[in-house]
Design a protein. Structure first.
Length: 188
């Protein structure tokens, strides 16, 4: 078995130093750079997942808060994106009427806050659209996709990951919105 005599000049994607690659698909100058890039990518993926889960938690909380007429100071912070100090200062100056029901039980009228600030409702709208995608008639399972388009289930999963299509797992079933799958597998 012969070895390749190719010497392709490339730049390492991690350390950005020039090196001579023996294959066209080589991306790193050494195993060390490859492992470091892998660790960096795992860390970035972990940070993205943490931010996404935090956003989901906050959007659920915002949807719950928006139904009540009186909210606490900490809930006003979440809903309007302003600091506690600002709310307390507005209460102290009399610009926002508040009711104190005990230690750390200050409640303010959402109506009065809406006159001063606009609510951060973009998170709620995004969540409502996402929930609409996962309604009963709007989803496929992985097996349904593979049967309909005669593709291997692992191929379907790879396409979903590659295109970053949102999924929802219920029990052992993974649901994918039909509109994304139809755009990819059956473009018209």
């Amino acid at each position: 078995m012969g070895f390749s005599q190719l010497k392709i000049p490339k730049l390492c994607e991690f350390c950005e130093k020039p090196f001579e690659a023996k294959t066209v698909s080589t991306r790193f100058c050494s195993k060390y750079c490859s492992e470091k890039q892998g660790r960096r990518q795992k860390q970035l993926d972990k940070e993205v997942k943490e931010k996404q889960s935090l956003l989901e938690k906050k959007s659920n909380r915002i949807a719950e808060i928006q139904t009540r007429p009186y909210i606490s100071v900490s809930e006003a912070v979440i809903l309007y994106g302003i600091s506690k100090d600002t709310i307390h200062r507005l209460i102290k100056n009399g610009k926002i009427p508040a009711h104190n029901f005990g230690h750390r039980l200050t409640r303010v009228s959402k109506f009065d806050l809406e006159l001063l600030f606009t609510p951060a409702d973009k998170f709620v709208k995004a969540q409502k659209e996402e929930n609409r995608d996962f309604e009963v008639g709007n989803c496929y399972t992985i097996s349904e996709i593979s049967e309909k388009y005669k593709a291997n289930p692992s191929t379907v999963s790879n396409v979903i990951k590659k295109n970053k299509i949102p999924t929802k797992q219920v029990g052992s079933f993974v649901y994918v919105p039909k509109r994304y799958i139809d755009e990819i597998f059956d473009p018209k």
